[in-house]
Design a protein around this ligand. Structure first.
Ligand SMILES: CC(C)(COP(=O)(O)OP(=O)(O)OC[C@H]1O[C@@H](n2cnc3c(N)ncnc32)[C@H](O)[C@@H]1OP(=O)(O)O)[C@@H](O)C(=O)NCCC(=O)NCCS
Length: 174
C-alpha cells in the first residue's frame, strides 16, 4: 500500500538504492526531494541522517527560510518498509511557485514507476494539504511530461492555463 511517510533514517538502504537509480537515469534533480542544497549527496547512513534532519526542519515554522523559499513538508513515498519516491508539499506560494512550481512536487524511483504510486501519493497529499488549511493546491508539469500530466488529471486537476511551458492545474482539497 502506498503511503506518505515522514523521512526516516530507517529507510536508509532503499533510499540509497533509489538515489543510485535516479542518478543512473540522469535525474539528479529528483523532483520533490528538497535535496538540491546538497552538492554531494552522502548516501551512507550518517548522510541519510543529515538529509532527514534537513528535510524535517523545512516544515518547522521556527526554521528561518531564505528569501524566496517557503516552509515545506517533505514526505517519502513508501510501500511497506521500502522507499519508493519523494513528495513535497509547500505551505505557500511565492510569485515563482504561482507561475511555475506549484504547491506539490514528486518523483517516483525509476524501478517503481507505472505501478500507481504517484497517483495514490498525490491523492494522499491533496488530503494532507486540506488538513494543513489549504483550500486548493496548484500542480504544474512540463507540457511534454505525459506521466505527470496524467497523474495530475487523474487526481481531478483542473487546467487553468500554461505559462512558460508549464501546464498549471488546481485541485480542490475539500
Ligand atoms: C511522473 C511520475 C511521478 C509518475 O509516477 P508513477 O508512479 O509512474 O505514476 P502512476 O503509476 O501513478 O501513473 C500515473 C499516470 O501516468 C501514466 N503513466 C505512467 N508512466 C507513464 C509513461 N512513461 N508514459 C505515459 N504515461 C505514463 C499512467 O498510465 C497513469 O495514467 P492513467 O491513470 O491515466 O492510466 C514519474 O514518472 C516520475 O517520477 N517522473 C520523473 C519526475 C517527474 O517528472 N516528476 C513530476 C514533475 S512535474
Amino acid at each position: 500500500m502506498t503511503a506518505l511517510s515522514t523521512p526516516d533514517v530507517r529507510l536508509h538502504a532503499s533510499w540509497a538504492e533509489a538515489v543510485a537509480e535516479f542518478y543512473a537515469v540522469g535525474e539528479e534533480h529528483m523532483h520533490g526531494s528538497g535535496l538540491w542544497d546538497f552538492e554531494h549527496l552522502d548516501v551512507t547512513e550518517a548522510g541519510c541522517r543529515t538529509v532527514v534532519e534537513h528535510l524535517l526542519a523545512q516544515a518547522d515554522p521556527a526554521t528561518l527560510q531564505p528569501e524566496g523559499r517557503v516552509h515545506c513538508t517533505y514526505y517519502w513515498i513508501t510501500e511497506g518498509d521500502e522507499f519508493v519516491g519523494y513528495l513535497a508539499l509547500r505551505h505557500a506560494l511565492t510569485p515563482w511557485l504561482l507561475e511555475e512550481g506549484g504547491h506539490i512536487g514528486y518523483a517516483v524511483r525509476p524501478s517503481r514507476r507505472g505501478e500507481g504510486h504517484a497517483s495514490r501519493a498525490l491523492a494522499l497529499a491533496v488530503r494532507a494539504a486540506g488538513e494543513h488549511g489549504l483550500d486548493r493546491v496548484l500542480l504544474t508539469c512540463d507540457a511534454d511530461n505525459v506521466a505527470s500530466r496524467r497523474t495530475i488529471e487523474g487526481a481531478g486537476g483542473e487546467h487553468e492555463d500554461s505559462r512558460n511551458g508549464k501546464r498549471r492545474y488546481w485541485i480542490r482539497t475539500r
